[in-house]
Design a protein around this ligand. Sequence first.
Ligand code: TYD
Length: 139
Amino acid sequence: MEKYNVFDCTMVELDRHHSDRKGNLSVVENGITLPFDVKRVYYLYDVPGGENRGSHAHKELSQLIIAASGSFTVTLDDGNCKRTFFLNRPYQGLYVKPGMWRDLEDFSSGAVCMVLASDVYKAEDYIRDYQEFLRFRKK
Ligand code: TYD
C-alpha cells in the first residue's frame, strides 16, 4: 500500500450548474470527478454544538468529504504533519487519501457532512487508537 502524506490530500472543486431562478446543482461522477469509484455514501447531521467526530484513520479507504450544508473543520494528520481545512461550500470536497488520522470539529448548527467513500463499511479498516495509528504509519 502506498504511503501518502497530508499534502497529497486536496480540496476538489466540483462541477456546478447554476440557475439564477432555481438554485445550484453539483455533480460527482465515477470515473470523472474522482480517482476512485464511490461504493458508499453516508452523512453526519444533527451534530450537537461543541461535539467532535472522526478521531480515527482508515488503512485503505479513500474519501471525499463535503459540507453539503453549513460548515465544519477537518484536521488531517499523517503522523508527521497536520493540515486543517475549513469546509463550508457544497461545491467543494476534501479528498482524503488512505492512512490519515482525521478530526472533524466546529460544526455549525444544521451542518451536514456528506462522505463519499471508495469501499463498503469494514470495521477492520479502522484504526481508532492514536498510538496504534503512529505504529501503523511507521511500518
Ligand atoms: P463512526 O465511523 O465511528 O463515526 P464518526 O467517525 O463520524 O464519529 O461511525 C459511527 C457508527 O456508525 C459506528 O457504530 C459504525 C456505524 N457505521 C456504519 O454502520 N456504517 C458506516 O458506513 C459508517 C460510516 C458508520
